[in-house]
Every structure is written in structure tokens, then in C-alpha cells.
Design a protein around this ligand. Sequence first.
Ligand SMILES: *[C@@H]1O[C@H](CO)[C@@H](O)[C@H](O)[C@H]1NC(C)=O
Ligand SMILES: *[C@@H]1O[C@H](CO)[C@@H](O)[C@H](O)[C@H]1NC(C)=O
Ligand SMILES: *[C@@H]1O[C@H](CO)[C@@H](O)[C@H](O)[C@H]1NC(C)=O
Ligand SMILES: *[C@@H]1O[C@H](CO)[C@@H](O)[C@H](O)[C@H]1NC(C)=O
Ligand SMILES: [Zn+2]
Length: 655
Amino acid sequence: MHSCKNSFLVPSLGEGLKRIPSGSALCLLLPVLIAQKIQVRAMGALSPLDPASYSRPEKAIIKHISLALTVDFEKQILCGSATLNFDVLQDINDVILDVSNLTIESVEAEDGSQLQYKVGDHVPNFGSKLTVLLPKKLDSGEKLKIKIKYSTDPTASALQWLEAEQTSGKKHPYLFSQCQPIHARSILPCQDSPAVKFTYDAEITAPEEFTVLMSALRGEVKSNKTTFRQPMPLPSYLVALAVGVLESRQLGPRSLVWSEKEEIERSAWEFAETEKYLQAAEKLCGPYEWRQYDLLVLPPSFPYGGMENPCLTFVTPTLLAGDRSQAEVIVHEIMHSWTGNLVTNRNFEHFWLNEGFTVFLERKVAASLINDSSEAKKSRDFHSLLGLQELNEAINDNLGPTNPLTKLVLNLTNVHPDDSFSTVPYEKGSLFLRYLEDVLGGPPVFDGFIRSYLSNFSKQSIDTDQFKSYLLDYFKDTDKLNSVDWETWLHKSGMPPIIPNYDTSMTKVITALLVKIADPSHNISHQDVASFTPHQMIHLLQQLVDKEPLPIDKLQKIGQEYKVNENTNTEIKYRWLRMCIRSKDSSKLKDVFDFVNGQGRMKYVRPIYRDLYAWQEVRNQAIDNFLKNEKYMMHVSAYTLRKDLHLAEKTKATE
Ligand SMILES: *[C@@H]1O[C@H](CO)[C@@H](O)[C@H](O)[C@H]1NC(C)=O
Ligand SMILES: *[C@@H]1O[C@H](CO)[C@@H](O)[C@H](O)[C@H]1NC(C)=O
Ligand SMILES: *[C@@H]1O[C@H](CO)[C@@H](O)[C@H](O)[C@H]1NC(C)=O
Ligand SMILES: *[C@@H]1O[C@H](CO)[C@@H](O)[C@H](O)[C@H]1NC(C)=O
Ligand SMILES: [Zn+2]
């Protein structure tokens, strides 16, 4: 392990500059400044497999990575080395990797000799091309091993470095990562494309009082060194790291929950049924192959509901509702163990294969936990209707029905995957699978296909055509698929061509109440919602968000009578605050800003900021609030919110 105190660790080298490693004649490299010119947004020479990567995995593909990194909280960097093991697939003279703001100290061959390399221009939010020149041609079938010594930049887009005050304990800093979709390149040089799957091991050094966790099986902890190994192949976006002063509780035979001590009891209670969910998932999908399934409850700035990092799901603390009502997020992350983590989208144009499948499976498994089968079907359809509402809002209100990002299969040439993120792949994808299930004869028929699909493509990365031809082949003896309009489902923008005939029994009472609420003679009373489950409340509020804003007096009556004013379930609170913004209730602005400043889950924060932006009188206040808090946000939240608020993209020079 080399130390972090070398002179090359100047935190912010200028863009395009690279320090030439000293002490090696071989390193008299062509000045990097004349490296190939990459135009912003027209990145040229990209992988034919993946428009978001420079790498060329069809020529040589990474099979295993060994990381040895030290966590430096003071400088806010990781430094150390990555050893990459390739299988050579075509004759090559060089290998190309993705990097983003990494400071490379040296690249070594297996025998320790120095290799020449060059780093291309940095394209903001995208990174650069690292070309490593080989001393001699390698033939197809050979192996290649290179060791890259490097350090990350304090602005690494995959990492969030929290100051002690930003944690619950307020005594120690905290670090966590979020690599999906294309941020792994800011932590390690790699082929940053989900088409590439590798196993990894790691040795991470951090001060002794910290716990280090990764998306892998945790091995020995020796004073300040923790070792990990991940024997299952995974794509780069599933490499994950978290370092904090943490505690754990056992949840089940293969599960621990981790969090800061302040949240540990609440976390252990909220997620106590994890083993039950795992078993229900295995019943549908086959054995869980990743061995350990732990949960890490992150600090509030975590940008997603959950992230399916293998062996260690990351979740937002906003799930700690105190009523286990947000268990579906855990079921969702568990289902990713199969769809996403075992069978992976080949690139993010086929993201629906990850997310649509996962939502589809999540709803089936969540329903299977209900004993009464007719109640189970009602509940599955009820959740699907909630999803349909969200899809409708995304397509008709946010993106617009002709927006190409509302297609199931995207074209991401020159589009950053973070810019394409929406609920569309989740809900349109899941709805498509539900439609296919209905067409083909329901769960008894379709479940068999799912198991076959999962086992056929396990440990592979695939695209939509492979899914389609596998389905057509599996069901070749039936003509039921003749009516499927593949072109519209997969390649046309807008709402799905067919909406399944969902059971509406759980939404009927809500629809009836909406009629009453619209009636001026109805006296709004807590009895209206006395029998509602938390999810029915969510559904009601979502419909009210989507309708014409209520007059303020009615809004305030609802706040009191339906007890949503003081509700701590964030799914309810989020929708309630949106209703208040839409009705322009300025007495609620403090609550709104407290809510968006108190957590960073994009699902909540982005629509609220968009609503605030649309409210002329508070637009500037919203922008000021964002700018004041931006430095506490994870990269992806700040990046997307800037777009939502029509602010200029932040470049490194302005940071
Ligand atoms: C880790 O421990 C070693 C040996 O005790 C020590 O030399 C080193 O400075 C420590 N590193 C960190 C980051 O704590
Ligand atoms: C994808 O978009 C690029 C750039 O806009 C375009 O050149 C290309 O033809 C598109 N590909 C397909 C398959 O439509
Ligand atoms: C998966 O299915 C494809 C298409 O039917 C087939 O060519 C391939 O061999 C199968 N792979 C495995 C691992 O079963
Ligand atoms: C409306 O409901 C409230 C609370 O339930 C009650 O106090 C009030 O008397 C009712 N008003 C009318 C006109 O029924
Ligand atoms: Zn997901």
C-alpha cells in the first residue's frame, strides 16, 4: 500500500493536465495537451456497445479488479491502486478505460515495468478516455494485468463526503458512493459500462473508529484495514463504498442492518421482516445467489429511495416511517438481486430491463406476502394504479407525450444517462410486462417464463432484442403474442397503447371521496378517511396533487381533518406539501423548505422544486434556497436540480 502523502496528490489539477510520473524513462509521454480532441457532447470514438463509455470491451474485457485504497477524510480523496485483469478478445496494442478527474500516478505491467498512457480531455459530467499503450501486441486469448496507481478528486461525482455536522452523530465525517449510472469512473479506472461484468476484491484503509462497507462479502478487519471479496460478476455501477461510524443489528440469518447509532433501533424495527421478503422473492425467482443481504441506512442526503448494491442495499432514511409502510422499497431492492444485478441491461438505453422488471417483480412478491389471494390481487392492482398515476404525471405533465425520453427503449447517443432518468422505464416497463403476462394467460404461465429468462441470462448483460427473442422463442407454440404491437410498446413515445384492466376495488372509495371533496356542500371531516390505509392516503393525495389546486380554506381543512399536516410518513408529507404549493399556501413555505433541505431523495425534491419554480412569486426564493444548500447535496441531485431550475450547468471551473 503506498502512502497518500506523495506530491502527486494535489487535489485539483487543472483540466486536461496530467502529472508525468517521475523516476521512469518510459514515462516520457507525449504531452497530454495534444491528446485527441474530444468535443463536448460529441464525444467521438465511443464504444459501439455503449454510448456512455469510451472503453472497448469487445477487444479486451475486464474480468477481475483488485482495489487497494486509503480513505483520506481530510483531503476528501481515495488513493491507492486498481489492478485490472483482462481477457484479450481481439489482437490489441492498447486498452481504453473510462476515468473522470482521477489523478493517475503510474500504470504498471505485471512485471512492474511502467506503461505509457495518455488521458484525453475531460468532458464535463462524462469524464475522459484513458489509453494505456502496451509494449507489444497481445493476441486474442491472452491475459493482461495492469496496475494503476491513482487518487480521486475531491469533486468525484460518485462520492459524497459529509462533514461531521451533516451526520446524525455530528462527531465524525461520513463517506458514501453512488456509481449508477456512469460515476464509477470517478472512483476507479474501469470499463464503465454495464456490458462489462467482473468480480472484485478490495482492501480499504480508514481510521480505526470507522466501519468500512462495500457491495461485497466483508472479510477480515485488521485495525484500520478491511478486506472484501465479491465472487459474483457485477457491472461497474454496482461497485459501492460507505465509510462511517456505524452500528449493526442482525435482521435474519443472512442480513444485518447498518446505520449510525442514532437510527439503529428504528432501522432494525422498520426492516425486521427482510428475511421474509427474501424468501418470498426466492419462491418466485430461484435461490438468492449473493449470499449476504445487508441494508445500510444512509444519511438524509442519499439521492435515491434505495440502491441495489449487491450484498448491501443502500437506503434513504426517509423509509423509516415507523409503520413498515415503505417495505416495498426493500422488496424492490431485493428483486434487483435478480433483475439488474444478475441479468443486467447492456447499456442504459435498455434501463427498463433493470427497472421495469424489478417493479413488476416487486409488486408480485409484495402481493404474495398477503395470505388471502383475492386480497393479494387487489393489492397488486392497487399499487399498479398508483404507478400508473405517476407514469401519467411523468409523461403528460413533466416530459410531454412526444418526448423521446418517454420511449421504453432510449437512444442515448449524446445524452447523459442522468438526464434520461425518470419514472418511465420503471412504470411503463412494468406495465408492459403486466400486459404480456395478461396476454399470455396470467401468472401461472408467465412465472415459468420469468424463471427461465432469469436462469438463461444470469450473469450476463443483455438488450431488449435479446429479451424479445427469448420471449418469442419460449412461447413459440402459442399465437397469443401475434397481437402485440412491439413497435409502439418499445419504440414510440407517450403513454402505453393499452392499459391493463386493473381491479379498482381499493381505489373506488378514493374516487368516491374525491367527488365529495369537490362538492362545496360536503363538510370535510376526519371520518372521510378513517378506514384508509397509508397507501390509500397516498393515492388520494396524489390525485389531489394532479387536479386543479384546492382553495386555501379547503386545503387547510384537509390538513387538519385528515391529519396530514403533522404526518411523518414522507410519502404522505411529500404529496401534501405539493398540494400546498399548488394552492399557493405561503404559510407552508417554511415546512416545504425544511423538507427539501432535510433530505435529498430526488423523487421528492425534484418535483417540489419544479412546483416551486412554477410559482412565480417564490421562484427566486426557491433558487436561493437551492444555491444555499447545493454544497450539501450529492452530485446527481445538484446536477439534475440545476436543470429543473433552469440554472447553468456547474463546471469544475466554477466549483
Ligand atoms: C493504519 O495503520 C497503520 C499501522 O498501524 C498506520 O501506519 C497508518 O498510518 C494507518 N492509516 C490510517 C489511514 O489510519
Ligand atoms: C440516435 O441518435 C443519434 C444522435 O441524435 C442519431 O445520429 C442516431 O441515428 C440515432 N439512432 C437511432 C437508432 O435512431
Ligand atoms: C439463452 O438463450 C439463448 C437464446 O435462446 C441461447 O442462445 C443461449 O444459449 C441461452 N444461454 C444459456 C446460458 O442458457
Ligand atoms: C363540520 O364538521 C366539523 C368537524 O367534524 C364539525 O365541528 C362541524 O359542526 C360541522 N359543520 C357542519 C355545518 O356540519
Ligand atoms: Zn430499481
